[in-house]
Ligand binder design. Structure first.
Ligand code: HEC
Ligand code: HEC
Ligand code: HEC
Ligand code: HEC
Ligand code: HEC
Length: 164
């Protein structure tokens, strides 16, 4: 009886810790993609918007297609086993081709009850790095973060602007 109660409270404690922790969340991905490799100036040096094309105008930033990765990786690391999920998704000559998109796991999703539109923020001249300082290990987006900037920028902070 007491053992069961203990497990029950431990589970509640874990659920709270999980929901409210602001520690970085780095889920296991289908393949080990590294932002550092692709965006640092002395490496591949790509712009964020080349892969996350929605971030400038649309609500969601979106993820790049496997085909766009293969534009380079047909030639670079072409036979590297780590890239097998890209070939399975978008290389019709690959023996294990399935056509199934790569299933990236979200690092820091907002609750579905929050309004957020990337385009509105890009149009206001806010850089990706201000909200995503470390995209390889994202910390959750907190209400405090949103409000601190909205107050500073004199954006209205009525609850229903952000809460559906
Ligand atoms: C503009 C060309 C280019 C594009 C587009 C590109 N990559 Fe790369 N990628 C590279 C280069 C260059 C390297 C480093 C190669 C090396 O280590 O010799 C690399 C390395 C990698 C590695 C090996 C691990 C590492 O970080 O070194 C993985 C995995 C990878 N890329 C995945 C991806 C995925 C997934 C995409 C699409 C979302 C992608 N790449 C798009 C050029 C590109
Ligand atoms: C070569 C393509 C590529 C480039 C360039 C790129 N990304 Fe990504 N990004 C990805 C892929 C693939 C994922 C999914 C895997 C992951 O989470 O690491 C991702 C995930 C993310 C996420 C995780 C969001 C979430 O909640 O799951 C953020 C934030 C992000 N990128 C921001 C950026 C920023 C900021 C830059 C520029 C500094 C950038 N990306 C450049 C391909 C790219
Ligand atoms: C004002 C803060 C802010 C700025 C600026 C911003 N983002 Fe985001 N980004 C967020 C928030 C909040 C989320 C979570 C949205 C959700 O889960 O609905 C997010 C989610 C993402 C994701 C996950 C996939 C998706 O479609 O939601 C990617 C990738 C991403 N951002 C990339 C970028 C890139 C690239 C830029 C710059 C062009 C950028 N972001 C600018 C706050 C920002
Ligand atoms: C770094 C500053 C900054 C951060 C962080 C930020 N915002 Fe904003 N946000 C702005 C600015 C500036 C505007 C006004 C854009 C305009 O004038 O169209 C805005 C506008 C908005 C709007 C439209 C408001 C309206 O009434 O038209 C919503 C909704 C919103 N933000 C939600 C969020 C949420 C949710 C977060 C946190 C996840 C967030 N923002 C984080 C700067 C920020
Ligand atoms: C600028 C955007 C913004 C405004 C304005 C805002 N919130 Fe939030 N709020 C958020 C975000 C984003 C989260 C989710 C944070 C998370 O997942 O930890 C949140 C989470 C919450 C939560 C935690 C429970 C939940 O739904 O996840 C409560 C309670 C809350 N807000 C109340 C309020 C009240 C009351 C107001 C008005 C006085 C308000 N918020 C105004 C962005 C906002």
């Amino acid at each position: 009886m007491w053992g069961l109660l203990l497990i029950f409270f431990a589970a509640i404690g874990f659920a709270y810790w999980h929901a409210y922790s602001t520690r970085p969340h780095t889920p296991v991905q289908p393949l080990p993609f590294s932002h550092a490799t692709h965006t640092e100036a002395d490496k591949v040096g790509m712009d964020c918007r080349a892969c996350h094309t929605g971030a400038q105008h649309a609500a969601a930033a979106g993820f790049p297609s496997a085909g766009s990765c293969l534009d380079c990786h047909h030639h670079i690391l072409a036979t590297d086993a780590r890239l097998a999920p890209l070939h399975a998704a978008a290389n019709t000559d690959y023996p294990a081709y399935t056509g199934e998109p790569v299933k990236w796991v979200r690092q820091a999703p907002l609750p579905a009850t929050i309004n957020f539109h990337h385009g509105q923020h890009s149009a206001a001249g806010i850089s990706c790095e201000q909200c995503h300082p470390n995209p390889d290990s994202s910390t959750p987006h907190t209400m405090r973060n949103c409000l601190d900037c909205h107050r500073r920028e004199a954006v209205p902070t009525n609850c229903d602007r952000c809460h559906k």
